[in-house]
Design a binder for this molecule. Structure first.
Ligand code: PNW
Length: 496
C-alpha cells in the first residue's frame, strides 16, 4: 500500500463521504435514443470551431448503453456516493409537457443498481444541457426557464424521490452565465457580455423553484446547490490589483453565493444603476432563492490571480481565456486580466495547482456566510494528458497519472485539515469530496482533449482502463474500511 493512501485514510473523519462525479451530457452519448429530445448543447457542439478539433458528443463514453459496466467499476472502486446528472431532455424531451417513460427508466435502473451496490445516489437536476425548445425561447435570458426547471424538479421528485439521497438543483450557474451567455464559449453560444446578467437571477430563481418543488414533494433526500468557488488573489500590492480581484470576486463568486446564503445580491451590484433592473428583484424571488438548504455544494479547482490593466497576453490557455478573454490578454484597454501564478505547476487546461487555496476558499466561505450549511466539495480534479505504458512485470497496460493522484490526495488532505479543530476553516462542517471525474469524458469546449478521469476511456473501442489514481483511491477506501473494522474489534475486545 502507498504511504499516501494509508496516511490520508488515517485523516478521514468518521462518516466522511468519498465519491465520484459526472454529468449526463458529458458521458451518455445516445443523443437521439429512445425519445430523448435535443438540447442547446447538441446544437452548439455541432458548430464548426465551437469544440476543440470539432469533437462530437454523439457517442462520448456511450454510458447510456454501458451504464451497468460503469457502476461495476464504481463498486470495485469502493466509493460511498456517485454524483450524476439527470438529462432533462431524456426525461421531458420538450423541456415542458409530456414525460418520456424511457428516460425515466434509464435513471430508475441506474439508481437501483447504485443502491444494490451500496452506492448512495446524488442527482443533479440541471448540469447545463437545456432542452432545445427552452433555449430557442431565450434559455436563461427568459424567466420562464426557471419555472420549467421547477416543474422538472416535480417530475424528478415523483420518479426518484424515494431513492435519491442528495439533490443538487443547479450546477455552477456562474459558468453558464460566463461561458454560455457572456463569452459564447459554451451553449447557447451567446456573447452578450454584461447584457448576460439576467441569466444570473433566472438560474438562481430556477434553483429556488426546484427547492420549493422538492420540499413540496416531501423527498427524504437532502437538498442543495453547487457553485464553483475560486479565491481571487491580487497579483501585487498595487491597490488597483486588489480592486480588480474584488470585481472578479463579485462576478464569479459572490454574485452566485450571496443570494443563496445571505438572501441578497452584493451591494456593489445593487447600487450600480446600470445593473439595477437585473438585481433589485422582488422579495418573493429572494425568499425562494435563499430558502434553507441541507447542504451547500462547492466545486473547487483553483484560485485565480488577478492584475489590473490589459496585461501582456501572457495568460495561460483554457480557463483564463474562458473567464477573461475580453477583459484580459491582448484586449487593448481592458481594465484587468488573469495572470499566471509564478513558479506554479499547471494542469492540461493551464489551471494552476494550488491545494492550499482550497483551505482559503473554505475559510472565506465561513467568514462570509455565518449560517453556512454543511458543505460537500461536489467537484475537484485535474486534466492531464495520460500516457499508457507496459508494466514490465505483468505485461499489462498501466497509466501512471501520478500528477492527478497527487492533485487529489493534496486537495482532500488540505480540505480535511482546514476543517479540523484548529484549522483555518474549522467552523465549516465538511461532509465529503467528489472526484471529477469517474472517467475521461466530453469536456465541453475542450472536447476529448482534457481528460479528468480516474478511468481512461479509449473513445474508439470504449475500453475503460483504471489509471494509477483509480487504484490509489481504491486503496484509500479499503484502508479506511480496514481501519474502521479494526477500531470496531478493538472496541469489542475492550468490553467487560
Ligand atoms: C466544471 N473555473 O466546470 C463542471 O461542473 C464540469 O462539468 C466540468 O467538466 C469540470 O468542471 C471541469 O472543467 C468548471 O472557472 C468551469 O474554475 C469553470 C471553473 C471550474 C470548473
Amino acid at each position: 500500500m502507498s504511504a499516501s493512501a494509508r496516511d490520508l485514510a488515517a485523516l478521514l473523519p468518521a462518516g466522511f463521504t468519498l465519491g465520484v462525479a459526472t454529468s449526463a451530457f458529458q458521458i451518455e452519448g445516445a443523443l437521439t435514443a429512445d425519445g430523448r429530445g435535443p438540447t442547446g448543447w447538441d446544437i452548439f457542439a455541432a458548430r464548426p470551431g465551437a469544440i476543440v478539433d470539432d469533437h462530437s458528443p454523439a457517442v462520448s463514453c456511450d454510458h447510456y448503453y454501458r451504464m451497468p459496466e460503469d457502476v461495476e467499476l464504481m463498486k470495485k472502486l469502493g466509493i460511498d456516493s456517485y454524483r450524476f446528472s439527470l438529462s432533462w431532455a431524456r426525461i421531458q424531451p420538450g423541456g415542458s409537457g409530456p414525460v418520456n417513460p424511457a428516460g425515466l427508466d434509464f435513471y430508475d435502473r441506474l439508481i437501483d443498481l447504485l443502491l444494490a451496490n451500496g452506492i448512495s445516489p446524488m442527482a443533479t437536476l440541471y448540469h447545463w444541457d437545456t432542452p432545445l425548445p427552452l433555449d430557442e425561447a431565450g434559455g436563461w435570458m427568459n424567466r420562464d426557464t426557471a419555472y420549467r426547471l421547477g416543474e422538472f424538479a416535480t417530475i424528478a421528485a415523483a420518479a426518484f424521490g424515494d431513492r435519491v439521497a442528495r439533490w443538487v438543483t443547479v450546477n455552477e450557474p456562474a459558468t453558464v452565465t460566463t461561458n454560455g451567455y457572456a463569452l459564447g464559449l459554451h451553449a447557447p453560444g451567446e456573447s452578450l457580455m454584461l447584457k448576460a446578467l439576467p441569466t444570473v437571477h433566472h438560474q438562481l430563481l430556477g434553483h429556488g423553484l426546484a427547492v420549493q418543488a422538492l420540499r413540496a414533494a416531501k423527498v427524504p433526500g437532502e437538498i442543495g446547490i453547487t457553485n464553483v468557488y475560486s479565491p481571487m488573489v491580487p497579483a501585487s500590492a498595487n491597490p488597483l490589483d486588489a480592486v480588480s480581484a474584488g470585481l472578479m470576486d463579485v462576478a464569479q463568486n459572490r454574485l452566485f453565493a450571496d443570494p443563496v446564503l445571505l438572501g441578497k445580491y452584493p451591494d456593489v451590484i445593487r447600487a450600480a444603476t446600470f445593473f439595477s433592473s437585473s438585481f433589485n428583484p422582488s422579495s418573493e424571488d429572494m425568499e425562494l432563492i435563499s430558502q434553507p438548504l441541507d447542504f451547500y455544494g462547492l466545486n473547487y479547482y483553483m484560485p485565480t490571480r488577478v492584475a489590473s490593466g490589459p496585461g501582456d497576453g501572457a495568460v495561460p490557455p483554457g480557463m483564463a481565456e474562458a473567464m477573461g478573454d475580453d477583459l484580459s490578454g491582448t484586449a487593448p484597454g481592458a481594465p484587468f486580466h488573469i495572470a499566471p501564478f509564478p513558479d506554479t505547476e499547471i494542469t492540461g487546461y493551464g489551471w494552476p495547482i494550488k491545494p492550499e487555496y482550497l483551505s482559503v476558499a473554505l475559510a472565506e466561505m465561513a467568514e462570509r456566510y455565518p449560517d453556512l450549511p454543511p458543505i460537500y466539495i461536489t467537484e475537484g480534479g485535474a486534466s492531464f494528458e495520460d500516457v499508457a505504458v507496459k508494466d514490465p512485470d505483468m505485461g499489462r497496460l498501466i497509466i501512471p497519472d501520478e500528477r492527478r493522484l497527487r492533485y487529489l490526495s493534496d486537495h482532500i488532505a488540505t480540505a480535511i485539515k482546514a476543517t479540523a479543530p484548529g484549522g483555518a476553516a474549522e467552523s465549516v462542517d465538511l461532509r465529503g469530496y467528489f472526484v471529477w471525474s469517474l472517467m475521461d469524458n466530453f469536456e465541453w469546449s475542450g472536447g476529448y482533449k482534457q481528460p479528468f478521469g480516474l478511468l481512461h476511456v479509449d473513445f474508439d473501442t470504449q475500453i475503460r482502463t483504471p489509471k494509477a489514481s483509480y487504484y490509489w483511491l481504491q486503496e484509500l477506501l479499503s484502508a479506511r474500511t480496514k481501519a474502521a473494522a479494526s477500531a470496531a474489534s478493538a472496541d469489542k475486545a475492550a468490553e467487560p
